[in-house]
Structures are given as structure tokens and as C-alpha cells.
Design a protein around this ligand. Structure first.
Ligand SMILES: Nc1ncnc2c1ncn2[C@@H]1O[C@H](COP(=O)(O)OP(=O)(O)OP(=O)(O)O)[C@@H](O)[C@H]1O
Length: 152
């Protein structure tokens, strides 16, 4: 019974791969294609570039404010989530466009709207994380700088 199940899974896996136009034959090639996806996202998606810029700013601010390793990790995970979601959104958009081309379809609208909604959810979460971790020390620094300028 177990053997039968594993044979069926294997067959299903093989038939899926048979539908692929090309399969990356080694790890290096897999990285090459993943890098190509990142480059495509950066070159074509304005929102992706905005998220990268905000991410770099948040990391720089975190280093400047000397956040703890755990706080920096939280910021890093949040940035990664937003960027990954943006790439998944781009992938879904491409598959939808490939499927329905330039025709209107309710399901195409649902797929694209939900993918965009997923990006929005992670972006809002990232604002919450960045606000909670970066704003208090930044505010303290500004207050401290003002006090120093008053007493000098
Ligand atoms: N084929 C389609 N059928 C129905 N609605 C569509 C279709 N293509 C796009 N739309 C609608 O238009 C909106 C914008 O489409 P688009 O392809 O620009 O996605 P987008 O998520 O706004 O893109 P981006 O993430 O690049 O800003 C979609 O969210 C969807 O509501």
C-alpha cells in the first residue's frame, strides 16, 4: 500500500516535470534563474524598487540607532517578506496575463487583487514593525540632541 502510494506520488511528480519546457539541471542554474527573477522584479516593478529603497533605509537607520540583533532580525525578516510577496505578486500577474491575455475575467481580477492585497498586508505589517522598533530610539535621539543644544 505504502509502495503504491509512493509510486503514484513519483509518477505525479514526473508528469508535472514533463510539462516543464526546461528544468534547471543543477543548483548553480537554479540560483541563476532565481537571480534573473530578482533582476526582472527590480527592473520592471516600481513598487519593488520602492520597497528595496525603504528596506535599505530601515537597515541603515537600525545600524545607526544600534538596534539589538533580535530587533535587526525582525526588520530583516519583515523586509524579506515584503520583497518576496512583491515577487510572488509579479509571478501571479504574469501567469494571469499568460492565461487570459487582454480579456477581462472575474477570476483574473480576484487573483490579481488578492495578490496585490497580500503585498499590502505585509507592507502594513512592516510599517508597524519599523514604527515600533525605529521610532522610539529615533525620538529619544532627537530629544537628546535638542536638550544638548539648549544647554550648550
Ligand atoms: N484580465 C483581467 N481581468 C480582470 N481584471 C483585471 C485583469 N487584468 C487586470 N485587472 C484588474 O486591474 C488591476 C490592475 O492590474 P495590474 O495587472 O496592473 O495589477 P497590479 O497588481 O495593479 O500591478 P502592479 O502590482 O504592477 O501595480 C488588477 O488588480 C485587477 O483588478
Amino acid at each position: 500500500m505504502t509502495q503504491l502510494k509512493s509510486n503514484q506520488t513519483e509518477q505525479a511528480g514526473q508528469s508535472k516535470r514533463e510539462l516543464a519546457w526546461q528544468v534547471a539541471s543543477n543548483l548553480l542554474l537554479s540560483f541563476k534563474y532565481a537571480w534573473a527573477g530578482l533582476r526582472y522584479g527590480f527592473a520592471t516593478q516600481r513598487n519593488f524598487r520602492i520597497h528595496v529603497a525603504i528596506g535599505i533605509l530601515a537597515i541603515s537607520l537600525g545600524i545607526f540607532l544600534r538596534l539589538s540583533p533580535v530587533e535587526m532580525s525582525l526588520i530583516g525578516i519583515t523586509i524579506g517578506l515584503v520583497l518576496a510577496m512583491e515577487l510572488i505578486n509579479t509571478a501571479i500577474e504574469s501567469v494571469v496575463d499568460l492565461t487570459v491575455k487582454q480579456t477581462y475575467h472575474d477570476l483574473a481580477k480576484i487573483a490579481k487583487d488578492c495578490a496585490a492585497g497580500a503585498v499590502l498586508v505585509t507592507a502594513m505589517a512592516s510599517v508597524l514593525v519599523a514604527g515600533s522598533l525605529l521610532l522610539p530610539p529615533l525620538y529619544a535621539l532627537i530629544v537628546q540632541a535638542k536638550l544638548v543644544s539648549i544647554f550648550n
